[in-house]
Design a protein around this ligand. Structure first.
Ligand SMILES: [Zn+2]
Length: 68
């Protein structure tokens, strides 16, 4: 584990892409919920972007909706 306090996307310069399911999966819990900011360590801007990307991926069925 990397103890840097910088957010993953700021650090790597990667773009939050809703098609990059592998990457989005890292910011989701095992039950496909969006992880809270304190776990993702993302900055507010990227936390929002990840949330949006996950929602979008769900809509186009790349990711399952949270099971009930
Ligand atoms: Zn960031």
């Amino acid at each position: 584990m990397n103890s840097s306090n910088k957010c993953y996307f700021c650090k790597t310069n990667e773009v939050v892409d809703y098609k990059n399911v592998q990457l989005l999966r890292k910011f989701m819990t095992p039950s496909y919920k969006i992880m809270p900011k304190r776990l993702t360590k993302l900055c507010a801007k990227h936390q929002r972007a990840v949330g949006r990307a996950i929602k979008r991926a769900r809509i186009i069925a790349l990711l399952p909706f949270t099971p009930r």
